[in-house]
Design a protein around this ligand. Structure first.
Ligand code: AP5
Length: 224
């Protein structure tokens, strides 16, 4: 297992529609380079399950497949990036999702005197996403991601990593998935052009054979 990449610290943004495979890529990169994943969806879901003030607000948006207001998410991410384990790099999964969020991230990077090393865009067509998400299962405790066909857990219904019971997310119902995709095309997809002006956006398909994905990601990250 790779620990670091020639001493270079990595700051990565993962873009892509819901269900394209951002979280799966993020976990692989985390394992390869030992840098933490910051998944806004998981952070918000934790706040929802703890019924914090933020969680109670976030739930009203998440249940409908809407984006949680920028200011709330920007604050959450800023605090997380300032934590000590993110000093050596981070993988942002599901953030930014709007131009306002991307601008806030640039401001944070300016404050800490850093730049992004990679902006990776995970591509998958809407029709494939709708089919795929109905078979996704995730671990509510450690965030591990499974797929009933492509990546089943070793023991049915149980997380391989922490042995908790795996679940189907509430927002993985077909009607909510369709709305999440509409929100993606309206608010998040335009970010690809926004990033193209600042960084070189690297595309990867979200349906590459899951066993080959670590090699494909390593090539993408290390070739530049
Ligand atoms: P979030 O949790 O971020 O959901 P999402 O972006 O909709 O993305 P997903 O987690 O659904 O999919 P993914 O791309 O990570 O795919 P995965 O790897 O799981 O956000 C949820 C909600 O929180 C939002 O709707 C919003 O309300 C709120 N929110 C979050 N961030 C926010 C922000 N920044 N601003 C405002 N609101 C925010 O893969 C999917 C399935 O495919 C899995 O089953 C997996 O096993 C399988 N799979 C993956 N790769 C492959 C492959 N190569 N081959 C075969 N199967 C694969």
């Amino acid at each position: 297992m790779l620990k670091g990449f020639g001493g270079v610290l990595l700051r990565i943004v993962l873009l892509g529609p819901p269900g394209s495979g951002k979280g799966t890529c993020a976990k692989i990169i985390e394992e390869m380079y030992s840098i933490p994943v910051i998944t806004t969806g998981d952070m918000l879901r934790q706040s929802v399950s703890k019924e914090t003030a933020l969680g109670n607000v976030a739930k009203t948006y998440m249940d409908k497949g809407e984006l949680v207001p920028d200011d709330l998410v920007n604050k959450l991410v800023k605090e997380r990036i300032m934590e000590s384990d993110a000093k050596n790099g981070f993988i942002l999964d599901g953030y930014p999702r709007s131009v306002r969020q991307a601008e806030s991230l640039e401001q944070i990077l300016l404050e800490i005197g850093k730049k992004l090393d990679h902006v990776i865009n995970v591509i998958l067509e809407d029709e494939k996403i709708i089919i795929r998400l109905s078979q996704r299962r995730s671990c509510p405790k450690c965030g591990a991601i499974y797929h009933l066909e492509n990546k089943p857990p070793k023991i049915v219904g149980q997380c391989d990593v922490c042995h908790s019971n795996i679940i189907q997310r509430d927002d993985d119902k077909e009607s909510v998935i369709k709305h999440r995709l509409e929100v993606y095309w309206e608010k998040t997809q335009p970010l690809i052009d926004w990033y193209e002006k600042k960084y070189s956006v690297k595309n990867i398909r979200g349906d590459i054979d899951i066993n080959y994905l670590p090699i494909a990601l390593k090539k993408l990250i290390e070739k530049s």
